[in-house]
Design a protein around this ligand. Structure first.
Ligand code: ZN
Length: 405
């Protein structure tokens, strides 16, 4: 049993299809009747935690087997930076290659439960691929509005699933277009009776609940302990917000006794959260333009930015920004020293950990987790950048015998 309450005025919201508080427009949050979280391994994907996910009937579950991703202890990189206890949560192993599948499974199951037939979302790529894939699984159609400069590989994956796709001029680098896009998607859904599936707490409070299961799994993988510090890439901010909620719920369920410090990681040149945090602001101030190319996390005005700032305050965390070149270097290091092929928007967490280690923010003895959000294939331009300089010599078959000489 779950209910929606407003994060601002604390009043309950009876309309489960609401995207914001009807009284003051505040962001809604899902609360559950009991703090207990019995785990049911018989249910698919993240639905093993169905007791604290918003759905009334298991028969409405739309799953592709998301979640259950590995938490890997660092093989080489951590030791090289004097980090004794570094782990990577590899979300690239989800069905469409990113953590967004955890959200899509909840959103699409809700769509089925509410008897709706069309979904609408905006996406720079990963959420779009997830939503489209889960829409196929549920047998429903959808409309997807993407950035003007979204990477072609991400778009190709979306096209493969077959939704109606439109690229919006200026979306991704003009704040006014971001606002207009979200307002118009809301209006479209309101007037047609369709479901808004933008992956932000400020638009999809129910669906976003899926992302918190990352926290549950991290604690389970660590043998019932919470990490000390968790690094999360911040684009819209919903992921960090929900992982923080997950740790709190896992603690309230009695599974862990401490909570981690949360670290927001953004791309230098498009880092509204870092700038607002460093300025001591309680509410987010967006940035005017975007000077980063790290697809997936470059939003000038993150819709859940206030919630990220709140999570950083509550968890005694902080915010770190990483330049694009350091992010691409981090991506290469994860691949060639850890065997982890992730996209730049994921690798940026490793870039931030290195920066924080070098600045002394990390002592080295903390139990640190980096959330690697998506797989390397997602950003083909970045893969090209990483590999273009490498020659591929052509040899005769007999040359195989002397390859080591
Ligand atoms: Zn309210």
């Amino acid at each position: 049993m779950y209910t929606l309450i407003c994060r601002s005025c604390n009043r309950p919201c009876d309309d489960i299809a609401a995207t914001a508080c009807p009284h003051d427009g505040g962001i809604l949050k899902v609360v559950y009747e009991t703090p207990e979280i019995p785990v049911d391994p018989a249910l698919p994907g993240i639905w093993r935690y169905a007791a604290c996910l918003p759905l009334d009937h298991h028969s409405n579950i739309v799953s592709l087997g998301e979640g259950g991703t590995p938490l890997l202890s660092s093989a080489h990189l951590g030791a090289a930076q004097g980090l004794e206890d570094l782990h990577f949560k590899n979300e690239a192993l989800n069905p469409t290659g990113s953590y967004k599948d955890r959200i899509a499974t909840v959103s699409m199951s809700q769509l089925v439960e509410q008897g709706l037939e069309i979904w609408v979302t905006t996406s720079s790529g990963n959420a779009g691929a997830s939503t489209a894939a889960y829409g196929v699984r549920a047998g429903v159609d959808g409309y997807l509005f993407t950035l003007e400069r979204a990477p072609r590989a991400k778009i190709a994956q979306i096209i493969a699933y077959g939704p109606t796709l439109r690229s919006v001029r200026g979306l991704g680098y003009e704040p006014a277009v971001e606002d207009a896009t979200w307002a118009n998607c809301l209006e479209l859904c309101r007037s047609r009776g369709w479901m808004m599936m933008v992956t932000a707490c400020s638009f999809s409070p129910l669906g976003m609940e899926g992302a918190k299961t990352i926290a549950f799994e991290i604690c389970e993988s660590l043998g019932g302990e919470a990490p000390d510090v968790v690094y999360v890439p911040v684009g819209g901010g919903g992921l960090l917000t929900m992982i923080w909620k997950g740790f709190q719920e896992w603690r309230d369920a009695g599974y862990i006794s401490s909570l981690p410090r949360m670290v927001s990681v953004q791309a230098l040149g498009c880092d509204a959260v870092t700038q607002s945090w460093n300025a001591g602001r309680r509410t987010l101030q967006g940035v005017d333009d975007c000077a980063s190319m790290v697809s997936g996390i470059i939003l000038t005005n993150p819709p859940d930015g206030d919630l990220v700032l709140e999570a950083l305050r509550e968890s005694d965390g902080w915010a770190t920004s990483v330049g694009d070149d350091d992010t691409y270097l981090a991506q290469a290091e994860l691949a060639n020293q850890e065997g982890l092929f992730v996209e730049p928007a994921a690798a940026i967490t490793w870039g931030a950990i290195k920066a924080d280690r070098q600045s002394g923010k990390l002592n080295g003895d903390e139990k640190v987790v980096a959330v690697l959000t998506g797989i390397g294939f997602k950003d083909s331009a970045a893969v090209q950048r990483m590999t273009d300089h490498v020659d591929l010599p052509l040899i005769e078959a007999r040359g195989i015998l002397t390859v080591d000489q």
